[in-house]
Design a protein around this ligand. Structure first.
Ligand SMILES: Cc1ncc(COP(=O)(O)O)c(C=O)c1O
Length: 437
């Protein structure tokens, strides 16, 4: 079984019969850099960006900015590459603002989200002159106005509108329903109140409207409905948005059973809905700002682990333990996420064994894959988990004082270190023990 369709586009089986990415043997990388090891394939990320740019050229006649949702995964080295590739950045914290600045993003393509931004974050965004501060709630309108007045600087803003729509995804990653903590809801009138206030404030420059429905979505219809609701709301209030951001959220395949993740229907639907609204309300085409996170980077990422102990439970499950898990990938515990895997040394061997892949952390919930068919493995083999590029390392922890993994960026014939493996003292134990001696 050598289906590599969930792996990066440059994945192959090399002359040793090992799994390779961009021509690099994953067993050799694991031996050289240690495990757990995270790899990003440059060719896959560039191909995803090109695919989106191509689709928008085809379907939207106005200007488009693709702004990567940096919460999916960000490091300074990666941010520098993204800035060179000419895309924008969606940030949500002071740390992400600072990385955007250090990486050389023009402020005009960076925007700031967050449902509880601190004064320091708002001030940094205002001082940095970014494209937009995305105002989330009525209190934030007042807070930002105060900061703008104090700084004698007009704040360029979008309003985050919650269209009160549920989407078909895990409840933890739905963001636009009636009970959501995010944004200004349409249903209870707070969106209208914020819009009217911002339009009349000398300290607010309202350049657009934003909405984000959630993540890991494969149906484009809710996007059409959300854009329609947001645009109707603007028109009812005699407001012409020069920018519309329908967020991110398009899904990716984690297993071969997942639906097709080509974003063509998504781009066609969003582009069509915005054009329709512009024509209906006699607006110039707004600039469309998209915020894909997962779709741009998930497939590019591979997590590589070393196989350790194996045992069979009295209940009959054959367990294969690996040297990572919950601390570098909390998605299974958070969202019951499903994954598949390949044995790096024998990816094409018949999968004759049904096993459970368990992590090394002190939680029974630290199970990476509940059930997967793989060839027999022995201690020291390596396991590669595809579609590991999004919301894994960015949500990683030091649970059990685990050191965060090394992260490599791969091109044909070239390896760059995005992040060094954390040293034990950086993972906290030394600092903690010194403080308490
Ligand atoms: C406002 C906003 N935009 C974009 C994204 C990116 O979503 P995804 O990674 O699913 O594309 C998120 C994710 O939480 C978000 O909150």
């Amino acid at each position: 079984m050598d289906d590599l369709s969930i792996f990066p586009i440059s994945a192959s089986i090399n002359q040793n019969g090992h799994l390779a990415v961009a021509g690099h043997d994953l067993a050799e990388l694991a031996n050289q850099y240690g495990t757990p090891l995270y790899l990003y394939d440059g060719a896959t990320i560039r191909a995803q960006i090109e695919r989106l740019n191509h689709l928008f050229k085809r379907y939207y006649p106005g200007e488009v900015v693709v702004a990567y949702a940096s919460k999916a995964y960000l490091s300074l080295q990666f941010a520098k590459k993204l800035a060179n590739w000419g895309i924008g950045l969606d940030v949500v914290s002071l740390g992400e603002i600072q990385i955007a600045q250090r990486a050389g993003f023009p402020p005009s393509v960076v925007h700031l989200h967050g449902n509880n931004k601190s004064e320091a974050e708002l001030q940094a965004a205002l001082d940095g002159g970014i494209q937009a501060i995305v105002v989330d709630n009525l209190e934030e309108v007042e807070l930002l106005e105060k900061i703008a007045y104090r700084s004698q600087k007009r704040a360029r803003i979008w309003l985050r509108i919650t269209p009160d729509l549920s989407v078909d995804t895990h409840p933890h990653i739905q963001t636009a329903h009636l009970d959501s903590k995010f944004g200004l809801h349409l249903e209870n009138g707070e969106a209208e109140q914020a819009l009217q206030h911002c339009l009349s404030s000398p300290w607010m420059e309202l350049s657009g409207l934003h909405t984000h429905l959630g993540s890991q979505i494969f149906d484009s219809e809710p996007y059409r409905m959300a854009i329609e609701r947001v645009c109707e709301f603007a028109a009812r209030n005699n407001y012409i948005p020069s920018e519309i951001s329908p967020g991110g959220g398009w899904g990716v395949r984690y297993t071969p059973e997942d639906p097709n993740d080509d974003p063509e229907q998504w781009v066609r639907t969003l582009s069509g809905a915005v054009q329709e609204a512009a024509i209906r309300h006699d607006w110039p085409y707004p600039r469309l700002v998209l915020e894909p996170g997962r779709w741009l980077v998930a497939r590019a990422g591979v997590a590589v682990y070393r196989v350790g102990n194996q045992k069979t439970t009295p209940a009959g499950a054959h367990l294969v333990s690996i040297d990572g898990g919950l601390a570098d990938n909390p998605r299974v515990a958070l969202y019951q996420a499903r994954y598949t895997a390949k044995v790096v040394e024998r990816p094409a061997d018949p999968p004759t064994q049904t096993v459970r892949i368990v992590g090394k952390f002190c939680e029974s919930g630290d199970v990476l894959i509940q059930q997967v068919n793989l060839p027999p493995m022995k201690r020291g083999d390596h396991l590669a988990i595809p579609a590991s590029g999004a919301y894994q390392l960015s949500m990683a922890s030091n649970y059990n004082y685990a050191a965060r993994p090394a992260v490599l960026y791969l091109e044909e014939g070239r390896i760059e270190i995005f992040q060094q493996r954390e040293r034990p003292e950086q993972s906290g134990w030394l600092a903690y023990s010194q403080e308490n001696e």
